[in-house]
Design a protein around this ligand. Structure first.
Ligand code: ATP
Length: 244
């Protein structure tokens, strides 16, 4: 790479490499590469940095996870390929369970994801034992199969890099939903209770540090915060257009 390490694009290119390696190592589905491409485009518009609105959402997410009775971090291939260590750190600091839940499910991929999570320090990974499975209403794909002791009985679920059907189904099941989604207009972003509009590779670290603080109650309005995210994109584009 001919880009200096300090340049935000450096992290983007590193991230792309992680995804491609994840694909080669069976963690990431080919559709996951396309979803990442969509994310990259929005990251470019955001300016490849963590915005003020994302920082607000991170505070709200940390508070929600720390207050939860039974929180679960849902892991798909992209998330596992991008930040396995941070997933384990977040589970520890917020006392959350970890569950593998895939859109394009296959036993081989589930096992590869569970393996990398365990290698990164996870003691228990839910979603692997068919005897413990339950069905969430309102989803057609394999993602409706969830763990009885995990997502099925959770009060708060962190579902990063997701599609809208799943977030809608989780909301119907009366769960509080936290997501990372670079597109502030996606159905997931618009349906979740807390949407962190940022690249998960930047925000997971920040969420881990925020969740270590004792944290005062946070007043947070997701719709309002999403509007701020959209305005931040607009301002970034106007600034770039002026200098073009
Ligand atoms: P929806 O059904 O919610 O409208 P979609 O069909 O656009 O969403 P998918 O392609 O299923 O969504 O999911 C990918 C989402 O994850 C996209 O919105 C994309 O912007 C986001 N995304 C991809 N990579 C990252 C990343 N590294 N960090 C945060 N968000 C990401």
């Amino acid at each position: 790479m001919n880009i200096p390490k300090s340049h935000p694009r450096y992290l983007s290119l590193q991230t792309r490499e992680k995804l491609v390696n994840g694909f080669v190592n069976n963690l990431v589905a080919k559709e996951g590469l396309l979803a990442h491409g969509r994310g990259e485009a929005f990251d470019y518009l955001i300016g490849e940095k963590t915005t003020k609105s994302a920082k607000n959402a991170i505070k709200a997410a940390a508070y929600m996870l720390n207050q939860a009775q039974n929180s679960v971090i849902s892991v798909n291939g992209n998330f596992a390929a991008l930040c396995p260590k941070e997933i384990i750190q977040l589970a520890k600091t917020t006392n959350s369970k970890i569950e593998v839940n895939l859109f394009y499910s296959s036993e081989k991929r589930k096992k590869a994801i569970s393996k990398i999570l365990k290698k990164s320090g996870a003691k228990q990974v839910l979603g692997m034992d068919k005897k413990q499975s339950a069905k969430l209403k309102g989803i057609d794909s394999a993602r409706r199969i969830v763990d009885k002791n995990g997502i099925f009985s959770a009060d708060v679920v962190l579902v990063p890099l997701e599609d809208g059907d799943r977030t809608i189904a989780l909301k119907k099941a009366k769960k509080k939903v936290i997501t990372f989604d670079l597109n502030p207009l996606s159905r997931t972003a618009q349906t979740a209770d807390v949407t962190i509009v940022d690249n998960v590779t930047r925000s997971m670290k920040l969420l881990v540090s925020e969740s270590k603080k004792s944290g005062r109650k946070v007043t947070f309005d997701n719709k309002k915060n999403l509007k701020s995210s959209i305005l931040e994109i607009r301002k970034n584009l106007e600034r770039r257009a002026k200098n073009a």
